[in-house]
Design a protein around this ligand. Structure first.
Ligand SMILES: [Fe+2]
Ligand SMILES: [Fe+2]
Length: 268
């Protein structure tokens, strides 16, 4: 498996790549290419793809980790640039109306309707259950919250605001044979729950857990809980992990954790 980070909060050191809030990564395995998430801004996504020599036409599947704008904002530009149909794997909850109240009231859901994306060629395959959508590529399905999670924001339903459990937060599991790789967008389900769930789905240990761990602003107790209980040989953390939390985890986990940036590749 080879993973290439396309969209991330940090630009890294290669030339002509832009860092911006959001997440997108290409995962290649067994000759199949899956684009996980699309970042916030389609222009940044397409520019980084071009600089990394990744063409929209060569992607076989899209996998959307959850319905927040910083993972779905590039969808429309990607579909337009691609110009042909593509299967989009996600949870049925991705189109819910989402609001954040801090630092000010704003919409944080997908900035497009399902219909307009379908007109541009998106073929949604929406499921709450784990399933293999291509050889070696498994959608985690809904992730059970056995311990703390990192849900954020509100759902707007019938004019009322309800706390959003981000139930649509799913992870991509790649079957590596004896072990698995797990790719998460924002980690809203909680990094411990994600690793435990992925392990149970395939009954194999987690070789690497890669993506946003949503630990920004997390307490020392919570970070210590991650260090003590995380069931993954290696962590590749980026996006909403939070620089302070990353520094704390790095001090405790050493070589077991690495930071992500645009252009970084991980081969397993
Ligand atoms: Fe995010
Ligand atoms: Fe998110």
């Amino acid at each position: 498996m080879k993973l290439t980070v396309i969209y991330e909060n940090h630009a890294g050191f290669k030339r002509n790549l832009l860092g911006a809030h959001g997440f997108s990564t290409l995962v290649e395995h067994g000759g199949i290419k899956v684009l996980v998430d699309t970042g916030t801004d389609g222009e940044v996504l397409l520019r980084n793809m071009e600089a990394l020599e990744i063409r929209p036409e060569e992607i076989d599947y899209l996998f959307i980790t959850h319905g927040h704008y910083d993972h779905t904002g590039g969808l429309k530009a990607f579909l337009e640039a691609r110009g042909k149909r593509i299967k989009v794997i996600a949870h049925p909850g991705i189109f819910r109306r989402r609001i954040a109240l801090k630092p000010h009231r704003r919409k944080i859901g997908i900035p497009f309707t399902r219909e307009e994306l379908e007109e541009l060629g998106a073929e949604f395959i929406l499921s709450e259950k784990p399933f293999e959508f291509a050889p070696g590529f498994i959608s985690s399905g809904e992730i059970e919250r056995r311990t703390w999670d990192r849900a954020v924001g509100y759902l707007e339903e019938n004019g009322e605001l309800l706390r959003d459990p981000v139930i649509d937060d799913i992870a991509l599991i790649v079957d590596l044979g004896d072990s698995i790789a797990v790719i998460t967008g924002c980690g809203h389900s909680g990094v411990l729950n994600i690793a435990w769930h992925a392990e149970d789905v395939l009954g194999k240990p987690v070789k690497a857990l890669i993506g946003g761990l949503h630990l920004s602003g997390a307490s020392k107790e919570l970070l210590d809980d991650v260090v003590e209980k995380i069931d993954a040989e290696k962590l590749y953390a980026g996006h909403c992990t939070g620089i302070d939390s990353y520094a704390y985890l790095k001090a405790r986990l050493g070589d077991r954790i690495e930071h992500l940036h645009v252009g970084k590749t991980v081969e397993l």
